[in-house]
Every structure is written in C-alpha cells, then in structure tokens.
Design a protein around this ligand. Structure first.
Ligand SMILES: [Zn+2]
Length: 426
C-alpha cells in the first residue's frame, strides 16, 4: 500500500513545484503583512477544488491588523467517511523581507537545477505545498479514509504568531476534539523531527540617573555608567554561568544546546546624532537595555528572571545611587513533545520508510507556532516536520529542493496513513 502512496505523490511532482512557485509569487512580507488576503484566498480556492470546506478567519485587533493589512488566515477541513482523528497541517504564509544580495527575483519563484528559489521557498511555502500534495495523494489512494484532514495557512509567525495561530488557538482551532495531531512543515530538513523549542524571556532593563550639565557630571548621576556596571556584572558572572548550563534537549545547532542570552539593544540619554539637531549636553538620566534570554526545559522561568534581578539588586546595594526597573517584554515556556507521541511515531515511521534510516530528533533554538498550539490549544501532539534546509531561511537566494519537497510529502502521506488508517498497528 505504501508503494501506491509514494507513486501518488511522485505523480504530482510538477503540481507540487507549481504550487510552491505560485505561493512564492504572493509577496506576503511581514512586517507589514502584505498580500495576506489574496494569498489566503488563493489557498482556499485551491483547497476547495480538492473537496475541502474552507473558512477565512481574520485576527481582528491583533498587532498590525488594519483594514489595509488585515491578518487573514485560512483554515480548510476535509472530513473523511467515518469517525476518526483529525490531522492538521499548519503553515505560516508570511515571509520576512527579501533584503539585499539576491541574484534572482525573490518573488518570481524561479525554478533552476532542481530547486525553487524565492523568499519563503524553504520557510515555508515549500512545506505548505508539500502538505497539500501529501493530503491529496493520500485521499486519492484512500478515498474512504476515516477522520479528517485540515490544512491552514496562517499569518504573522515571523512576528510572534499573535494574529495567526495564537488567535486561531483562542477560538478552539487547535484543541481537542476538533484536532488531534498537528504537523507544522517548517524547514527542519526532510529527515528530522523537531519536537519543540527552547523558552524565551525578553526583558527591558532601565537604569535611572539624574540629569545635570555635561560639564559638571558630578552634580548629576550618569544612567549609562550604571548600565555599564550591569554589563560588567553580566560579563563576569552571568554569561559564564549560562554557558555552563547544558541541556538534555537535542537542540540544533550544537551551540544552542545550553542557555544563551543576547543583548538586543542599548540606548541611553538624548540623541547622539549631530546631523538633524545637536548633541545632548547633559548627563543622561536613563539608559535602557533589552535582553533576549533563551532558556531550557531544565530551568524555571522564575529562576531565569531571578539570576538577572539578583545581579541588579546586588548593584543597588553596593553601588551608590543605583536604581533600576525591569519590564517583561515576552515570555514563552520551552516545549518538547514526547518521542512516543502518536504524531512523532507516525512521522518517524514515514522517514524510515522513505529514507531507510532513523530520523534525527531535534529541538529548535528559537520558537515557532508550536508554542501557541501547546500553551493556548493545550494540544501536545504537535511537531515541526518539513522540507528545506533551516540555515537557508531568511537569507538571500533562499531555495527549496524539489526532491526534498517530494520526499517529505511522501513522509507526510505515510504519516496520514499511520494516524488516520492506523497503518502502524495493522
Ligand atoms: Zn518559518
């Protein structure tokens, strides 16, 4: 039976390429969230032709949602002949800006030497196209399948997913009993299963000072120097401590298999820019720093925050006039689906079947929409699996391999056979 599925996918190769090209031609750049509605409507039209019922859901009032840039999502559902579970393929339709350095038109979908080029080719319009073809091949071979298949095209993943999966999850689109298994075809490579991601804590730290004339800094209190003390303490204590925290989570790349922190930005005092106006003659009375801390399943968010506030509190005791405030900007808990979860077992069997070897199980260093499925939808049978090489995402001359799309679509079709028909237990 598997042979028939593989053949049904292979016979759709040209269609898979055409789908990927057509999707790339919608310049769904986020921000601001361009061309969402025409892209979502095109997907809806395409899926209705294949027998799906579709619904458009606008992420009303979510960040960036305006009449000019509506956050338009599409959810399509094709019910089978009898009762059974629902498998949902979720892809984000937004892409990051093209940026400089391209040798091809980023929104033309050029096909060359077995690859489709374009912004979003691997992240993740190739994955969306693969899932559409996988489902159609499965339905051709098993027209009387039980359960249901859903495919969604959602917005804003690149900016947090608030108008996309988070919004839909709040409406129940990613919860039982509607959905049982979720596959997100992000470009994690065709033979790897991504079980989840590390956690995120973004925070803004502000040190306070006292304004005074720059010629007499001793009359004021320099907030930038206070922040310098914070950075010194981070260098001496926090960074070495984070570096030493290793995780059992199989994060890729290897360098991310530990706690990390980035300092995203630092600003203090008035403008330093001479061109439009004049430089500030003052002692700065504020300085702000944004930190991006990525944490592990082995860490608790309270501890993660506590490490930073302990340093700030100690500085407040030891350093004259040191005052600070700290504000949470974003919190995402780490998530990792169990290896024996049904969707993992099903996709692993598909990878074995297609590639003749065991899959690699990985964890993403950064987060993606799985967080909303897990935290808001309370659905834990969710993974990322799709074609494309992760390192190419967001770069110039992004591409996805045609063979990779076909092979991962075959894995997805096998996974549907396992999850809906119970092929693994037959
Ligand atoms: Zn992506």
């Amino acid at each position: 039976m598997n042979e028939r599925l593989a053949r049904a996918v292979a016979s759709r190769r040209d269609e898979l390429v055409a789908l990927c090209v057509d999707l790339i031609r919608f310049p769904t750049v986020n921000p601001p969230g361009d061309a969402y509605t025409p892209c979502a409507e095109w997907i809806a039209h395409r899926l209705r032709r294949a027998g799906y019922e579709t619904i458009m859901v606008r992420g009303e009032g979510t960040p960036g949602d305006t009449d000019r840039y509506p956050r338009t999502n599409v959810v399509a559902r094709r019910a089978g002949r009898g009762p059974g579970p629902t498998v949902h393929f979720n892809s984000h339709i937004d892409v990051v800006e093209a940026g400089a350095g391209w040798t091809v038109d980023p929104f033309a979908g050029a096909v060359r030497e077995g690859r489709v080029y374009g912004r979003g080719a691997c992240d993740m319009k190739g994955g969306l196209a693969a899932s559409i073809v996988a489902a159609e091949a499965f339905m051709e071979v098993f027209p009387d399948f039980p359960g249901a298949i859903e495919i969604s095209g959602t917005v804003d993943e690149e900016s947090g997913g608030f108008g996309g999966v988070a919004y839909l999850a709040r409406q129940g689109y990613f919860s039982k009993p509607r959905v049982d298994h979720v596959i997100i075809p992000e470009p994690l490579n065709k033979d790897r299963i991504c079980l989840g991601h590390r956690g995120v804590w973004w925070a803004e730290i502000e040190t306070k000072g006292e304004i005074a004339h720059g010629s007499m800094p001793f009359l004021g209190d320099c907030a930038v120097r206070h922040m310098g003390a914070v950075l010194d303490a981070f260098e001496d204590e926090l960074f070495p401590a984070l570096d030493a925290k290793r995780t059992a989570m199989p994060v890729v790349p290897e360098g991310a298999r530990r706690s990390t922190m980035n300092i995203n930005s630092i600003h203090g005092g008035q403008t330093e820019d001479y061109r439009p106006g004049l430089p500030s003659p003052n002692v700065p009375d504020w300085c702000r720093l944004t930190i991006d801390r990525r944490f592990l399943l082995e860490e608790r968010l309270e501890e993660v925050k506590g490490e930073v506030t302990a340093i700030l509190d100690r500085l407040a005791r030891e350093r004259p006039k040191f005052r600070y405030s700290i504000r949470d900007v974003m919190e995402v808990l780490p998530t990792m689906t169990e290896r024996d979860a049904p969707v993992v077992t099903a996709v692993a069997a598909g990878i074995r079947e297609v590639f003749g070897r065991e899959p690699d199980y990985v964890i993403s260093p950064g987060t993606y929409d799985q967080k909303h499925v897990a935290r808001i939808g309370h659905l834990h049978d969710c993974i990322a699996y799709g074609p494309g090489i992760l390192d190419l995402a967001h770069r110039p001359d992004e591409w996805v391999g045609i063979d990779d799309m076909v092979e991962s679509a075959t894995v997805m079709a096998y996974s549907l056979d396992a999850l809906l028909n119970g092929a693994l237990t037959r």
